[in-house]
Write a protein that binds this ligand. Structure first.
Ligand SMILES: [Zn+2]
Length: 233
């Protein structure tokens, strides 16, 4: 009798421990995987890559392409955790031009356009860093194409969020850029800051600031596309 009670207690204890351990490991995984899909697709485009590093940080020598990819990856995480389907144009360091392409830039940009066309996204977000001869110029800025009516509103939302979360004071601007015009899907370019401004360069190379920029973009888009007003910042 005593041994049977002991056995039962032992089995219960063991089961309890196994459950606790499983819960600890499985809950975060299932909550990530089990996120309800929103049925919305975002293309995230990390500008430049490979032999095209973009602009270079005046102090650190950092390549724009590296920061673009880091912000793009952070953005991908935020969107996926909230149930969006995310398609990345550039997933790694390399550019998207085909080997042996005579005009690498053109080949790279056409590959990006093909990815966007395949994804039929609700929004294209292209990530870049800015550079200007005058060091005092700083701040994140959103560009849109004035040929795409529905991109203006989302560009405004993202700019407002960047201004309030990063302490910027800039306005959206229309731009004649290939990535904005190569498809008819709503598209914006986010220039996260100026690598020609020392203080901003220092921020832009840090992972926490890259995440902050990504969150500012994500929260504005999610408030607009996610169906609920989660963040009005
Ligand atoms: Zn760029």
């Amino acid at each position: 009798m005593i041994t049977s009670v002991k056995k039962k207690t032992l089995i219960l204890c063991f089961a309890f421990i196994v459950c606790t351990v499983l819960c600890c490991f499985l809950v975060p995984m299932t909550s990530d995987i089990g996120v309800a899909k929103l049925g919305k697709t975002i293309v995230i485009d990390a500008g430049h890559g490979g032999s095209d590093g973009g602009v270079t940080g005046g102090v650190s020598g950092v390549l724009e392409a590296e920061i673009n990819l880091a912000v793009a990856k952070s953005l991908k995480n935020y969107f996926e955790r909230s149930g969006y389907d995310v398609v990345m144009t550039r997933k790694g360091k390399d550019g998207l031009y085909s080997v042996g392409a005579k005009n690498k830039k053109r080949s790279d940009m056409q590959a990006r356009r093909d990815i966007i066309l395949n994804a039929s996204p609700d929004l294209v977000i292209s990530i870049h860093q800015n550079f200007y001869p005058l060091e005092s110029v700083s701040g994140a800025q959103v560009f849109y194409s004035d040929e795409s009516e529905n991109a203006v509103e989302i560009a405004e939302d993202i700019q407002r969020s960047l201004n309030s979360k990063l302490g910027n004071d800039r306005q959206i601007k229309s731009g004649d850029y290939y990535i904005l015009k190569c498809t008819s899907f709503p598209s914006v370019i986010v220039e996260c800051g100026f690598l020609s401004n020392r203080a901003e360069e220092k921020l832009l190379v840090s992972a926490p600031y890259q995440q902050k920029v990504a969150y500012a973009i994500f929260s504005a888009v999610h408030a607009s596309l996610g169906g609920e007003g989660h963040d009005h910042g």
